[in-house]
Design a protein. Structure first.
Length: 349
């Protein structure tokens, strides 16, 4: 089992039944990777589970792949979903899958995630306490093939997941991570189901935060999911990070404004620009930064990517932090949306 270094799995004899919900949209440009990702979800060491794949378009190129993989697997099926009743199509697909599911624990996992056979069993064990309403998993980015993918991996493995740990330590877990969102059916019903998330961009944040506010406990599982990124252009990386930054700003404004204080590279460059004699301090910081990235990747069990590029990512990240302050438009799924201050979004014609 791929176990996170900051958690443990409680013993549990009677594993609850699990419905694994998989929204599917396209092949992501890599049909082989999609097949391997989905195959990992269909081969789980867990009694009493089902896998429901949701597609909105009968002409989706992933449909033939999914249907072929479900053949001769009575626990897996494809659900065709009506057009979305809200700007967040993923939430609408999940609402349809929720209605078609049969188990008490609903596990949501994106199509670019890959796991081993212990995944569902480990996630389900997080519900040993009846007051636990949601379990979420950390993730690590793998299979980076180009500069955009490498920067994406550095953003996740060296910055995002460590920031999740800091947030959990300082204020407790109050959000979910999209790599895996496992929710108890009664907790989901308490917040109005997945359809209640359809107006929002950050469905993962909204799901976790609403379950928390409904009085349920949230748990960070020790299981680490693999996010298979494949080929990622610099433009795709930039658009994804900018969307994430603007979503972060409207969802957790306090955390967003505080996050810039962690960008030592940007402040170090500003210091040297105003006082050139301080350059040894910048060199020292850069050495520490690269070492910290290497350490974080090792602790995550992630394959080491080019840690020396972390300062470049920091500079780009500072630029995106500033850019996220002056606009509310984001690109997602080939569409443009405008974010409101409450996290809701509307498509821009």
């Amino acid at each position: 089992m791929r176990q996170f270094p900051f958690g443990s799995v409680p013993e549990q004899r009677d594993a609850p039944g699990v419905s694994l919900l998989k929204p599917i949209c396209g092949t992501g440009g890599d049909e082989v990777a999609l097949r391997e990702n989905l195959a990992s979800m269909l081969d789980q060491d867990h009694p009493g589970y089902e896998v429901l794949f949701g597609l909105q378009d009968a002409r989706d190129p992933a449909r033939a792949v999914v249907e072929a993989m479900c053949r001769n697997k009575p626990f897996a099926k494809v659900v065709t979903v009506d057009p979305a009743a809200g700007p967040n199509r993923k939430a609408s697909v999940l609402a349809a899958l929720q209605a078609a599911s049969s188990h008490d624990i609903l596990v949501v996992s994106d199509q670019d995630m890959r796991v081993d056979r212990s995944y569902l069993r480990t996630v389900a064990m997080g519900f040993h306490n009846p007051r636990v309403g949601l379990v979420t998993c950390p993730y690590r980015t793998r299979s980076a093939r180009d500069l955009g993918g490498i920067l994406e991996a550095l953003s996740v493995n060296a910055d995002f997941i460590p920031s999740v740990l800091v947030a959990r330590r300082l204020e407790g877990l109050s959000f979910a991570l999209g790599a895996t969102m496992a929710v108890r059916r009664t907790a989901l019903e308490d917040i109005g189901g997945f359809q209640a998330l359809a107006p929002f961009l950050a469905d993962d944040y909204q799901l976790g935060n609403r379950v928390k506010r409904a009085g349920w406990r949230l748990v960070l599982s020790p299981y680490v999911v693999d996010n298979v990124v494949g080929e990622t252009s610099l433009g795709e990386w930039f658009a994804h990070q900018l969307r994430w930054a603007r979503t972060y700003r409207v969802s957790r404004p306090g955390g967003y404004f505080g996050s810039v204080l962690m960008n030592g590279t940007a402040f170090g460059l500003a210091l040297v620009a105003s006082c050139p004699a301080a350059w040894p301090l910048l060199v020292l910081w850069l050495g520490l930064r690269v070492s910290a990235v290497r350490f974080a990747q090792a602790r995550m069990g992630a394959p080491e990517v080019w840690a020396w590029l972390a300062p470049l990512k920091d500079v780009a990240g500072f630029a995106m932090w500033l850019l996220a302050l002056v606009g509310n438009d984001v690109r997602w799924g080939g569409r443009t949306f405008r974010l409101a201050s409450d996290g809701t979004m509307a498509e821009v014609p």
